[in-house]
Design a protein around this ligand. Structure first.
Ligand SMILES: [Zn+2]
Length: 149
């Protein structure tokens, strides 16, 4: 993973859906979210402007899922089920993109990922009424000298 990289080719697991994307803040924008949907989905997401993501193949395989306020638009591949991106409720000019779909990027490349406070969405409460980050998820790769405890 090259943390300064902003331009990526990307695809779902089966490869039916392919896209190219420019990440606004590179991989530094990596986040998870604790809302009811993201908690189940479990993806690390990065940020792109809506105009900076282009579906290059398989747009017909994308399925749209919406719930609750029906504002966010969550897309996934209807063939392999993998989440590719969603249009944000908090900023409809932005997409969240599944970091795991990016060529050369793994969710386990991120040692620490902030978790957004999505259970109490920023759009549903007064500004500054609580923290926007609920916590952090950490990943420690095993080292070669690992032994069972
Ligand atoms: Zn697929």
């Amino acid at each position: 993973m090259n943390s300064g990289q902003t331009q990526f080719q990307a695809s779902c697991h089966c490869g039916a859906v392919r896209f190219q994307v420019r990440l606004t803040e590179g991989l530094g924008s990596a986040r998870r979210c604790n809302c009811s949907y993201c908690s189940m989905r479990g993806a690390v997401a990065v940020t792109a402007a809506v105009g900076d993501l282009t579906i290059t193949a398989g747009e017909e395989w994308l399925t749209l899922y919406q719930f609750n306020t029906m504002q966010a638009k969550h897309y996934f591949c209807s063939k392999c089920g993998i989440y590719t991106h969603h249009q944000r409720r908090s900023n409809p000019d932005e997409y969240s993109v599944n970091a795991a779909c990016l060529d050369g990027v793994s969710p386990f490349d991120f040692p620490e990922v902030p978790v957004n406070e999505g259970r109490s969405h920023p759009c549903d409460r007064p500004a500054g009424s609580g923290p926007d980050i609920a916590g952090y998820l950490r990943y420690f790769p095993l080292t070669a000298d690992w032994k069972p405890r």
